[in-house]
Design a protein around this ligand. Structure first.
Ligand SMILES: [Zn+2]
Length: 101
């Protein structure tokens, strides 16, 4: 997967299209990501104690990694990711500014 936890991304599809957020969880096996504040679903929470009210909370749900684009932390542009092999270590590089990210 080209994005990982902690990356800032731009949402390019779905109801949050055009918004940006930070990846809080990456699931490379499923090719999915969880982005802070994005793709929120309402969830009803049952009262824990008697006399308490149940409430509705917004929780982010996973989305396809193909629906996000990486924002380069170095140049701040929405970019594609390339790779550079340096002494057997695979580094991600920004295709705009060519810096390792
Ligand atoms: Zn860059």
């Amino acid at each position: 997967m080209k994005v990982k936890k902690g990356d800032s991304v731009l949402i390019i599809a779905g109801k949050d299209k055009g918004r940006t957020g930070k990846i809080t969880k990456a699931l490379p096996k499923d090719f999915k990501v969880l982005v802070e504040g994005i793709n929120l679903r309402k969830k009803h929470v049952r009262p824990k104690k008697e006399g308490e009210k149940g409430q509705v909370v917004d929780i982010p749900s996973v989305m396809d990694a193909s629906n996000v684009k990486l924002i380069c932390p170095k140049c701040g542009k929405v970019t594609r990711v390339g790779y550079k092999i340096d002494k057997d270590i695979k580094n991600r590089v920004c295709k705009s500014c060519k810096q390792v990210i």
